[in-house]
Design a protein around this ligand. Structure first.
Ligand code: CMP
Length: 140
């Protein structure tokens, strides 16, 4: 099915100047960028976005990292977009990510891991709505 998923290029990858290389991988896999913006998130925004992880021991480090610099937030659309995007990203921990994935090629650690992607249809819908009101999404 045609799906939508939320992509975040994290502060480490923006600082490395690889936004275009990451976008090329999305486009090369047939994923269409239908919404995009650069933003420097506030602590409150990052805490709200990652609220599902609030009880995890890494929550504070995650939020502090995500507000350490600007990020690029996009909506990707295409056949099987959620899983396709996750395959392109590779495992959360770059040490475990397969060769040729975004995290294997651009990430330094489980915290500075270059990209975020929605993990399931319900979270994708919530994450897209969190950052993009409908009028800012340009499908087809
Ligand atoms: P992300 O896909 O953005 O979702 C939550 C983030 O928490 C994850 O990527 C990692 O960057 C970060 N994180 C840090 N430690 C862990 C951990 N032990 N398990 C999962 N995610 C972690």
């Amino acid at each position: 099915a045609i799906e939508r998923t939320l992509s975040i290029i994290k502060p480490d990858a923006v600082a490395k100047n690889v936004i275009g290389q990451i976008y090329s991988r999305f486009e090369g896999a047939g994923l269409k960028i239908i919404a995009a913006k650069m933003a420097h998130l506030s602590r409150g925004e990052a805490e709200a976005f990652y609220a599902v992880h609030k009880a995890r021991p890494f929550f504070n480090d995650l939020v502090t990292f995500m507000i350490s610099g600007p990020v690029v937030i996009s909506v990707l659309e295409g056949e099987n977009a959620i899983l396709k995007h996750r395959d392109l990203m590779g495992a959360t921990d770059p040490k475990k990510a397969e060769k040729g994935t975004i995290r294997a090629d651009f990430a330094d650690s489980i915290d500075a891991n270059a990209v975020h992607g929605s993990d399931a249809p319900e979270t994708a819908a919530n994450e897209v709505a969190f950052f993009f009101p409908g009028m800012n999404v340009y499908s087809r």
